[in-house]
Ligand binder design. Structure first.
Ligand SMILES: C[S@@+](CC[C@H](N)C(=O)[O-])C[C@H]1O[C@@H](n2cnc3c(N)ncnc32)[C@H](O)[C@@H]1O
Length: 291
């Protein structure tokens, strides 16, 4: 069991065939081409070039994936059509469009509804997923609901129980910060999101791939769940951050606190595995590549 952090541009890494491992699950959280600040990426590309790049990433991920393996492609809701087209044209089979309704306030609109969700397209290599674990959660009952749930409910395609790490108050301790208290990465994904994706679509021992690894949220969740992982990241500062994050898993990164949220899942112990203390004893040292 281990993780591999590749420092460089994922397109170049693909073109030079520097990833040879077979993968089982990809989490794709690229820059959204909306003018955010990235040190090593221009986030306002011509739309055509941007989607050409996304297609190349999807095609390469598809090529590396075992039959039945999965991809979760996260994007702004306004890009839904382009995401589905991109996945279809790179041969992925569509399974679900997940609505991640963030627990934060909506972005107001003056002439349309405020925006409160992001999409995550879930697709597989071939029609049938090789693994799909039906997770059960126990969200609060709707008001005036007649019956108590005894065993929770299956996770649906609307995820409204995971808070994003905003730039303000709700970034909480999970948001990685430098010594001056500044956020290291404003687009850091919540680890609870990766927990759900990895638990749903992989088994212990599988390999999870993240070509836009950022701060390494995917790798941290994979490590704690006894999955192997490969992350590519273009910004050397982020690469250093991933390395440190994985070598010293912080209290706020620990997944064990979410275990009880999934307690009604039939095969939970089989897909979650041992507690993280056991994992740390067994985990291998990271491999750091240059480009
Ligand atoms: C939206 S962020 C990912 C955040 C990540 N999910 C996390 O939890 O930290 C996208 C990341 O992709 C990186 N990036 C941009 N272009 C890249 C490329 N061509 N190859 C690899 N990484 C790239 C950026 O530096 C940024 O860290």
């Amino acid at each position: 069991m281990g993780y591999k952090i590749i420092s460089g541009n994922c397109l170049e890494i693909f073109r030079t065939k520097n990833v040879k491992d077979k993968i089982h699950l990809t989490f794709l959280d690229p820059p959204f081409n909306q003018g955010k600040e990235y040190s090593y990426h221009e986030d306002l590309m011509e739309s055509e070039d941007y989607w050409k790049m996304m297609k190349e990433v999807c095609e390469n991920s598809y090529y590396l994936t075992e039959e039945g393996g999965a991809i979760y492609f996260m994007q702004r809701e306004k890009n839904t059509e382009a995401v589905l087209k991109c996945l279809r044209e790179s041969k992925w089979s569509f399974q679900n469009l997940i609505i991640w309704k963030k627990k934060t306030s909506a972005v107001p609109g003056s002439y349309r509804y405020g925006k409160q969700f992001q999409v995550i397209a879930f697709a597989t290599k071939g029609e049938m997923p090789r693994v799909f674990n039906k997770l059960r959660i126990s969200p609060p009952m709707p008001a005036n609901y007649k019956y108590e749930r005894e065993n929770g409910m299956y996770v649906t395609d609307v995820w409204d129980d995971i808070r994003e790490l905003t730039s303000g108050y709700f970034a909480v301790n999970e948001a990685l910060r430098d010594k001056n208290g500044e956020r290291i990465h404003k687009q850091q994904s919540p680890i609870a999101l990766l927990l759900r994706i990895i638990l749903s679509s992989s088994k212990i021992g599988d390999t999870i791939f993240d070509p836009f690894a950022g701060t390494g949220t995917t790798l941290s969740a994979a490590l704690q769940l006894q999955r192997n992982s490969i992350g590519i990241e273009i910004d050397p500062l982020n690469v250093a951050c991933i390395k440190e994050r994985l070598e010293n898993i912080s209290e706020s990164d620990l997944l064990q606190k979410y275990y009880s949220d999934y307690i009604h899942t039939e095969n939970l112990s089989e897909i979650w595995g041992d507690s993280f203390d056991e994992v740390t004893k067994r985990s291998s040292k990271p491999t750091l590549f240059g480009n």
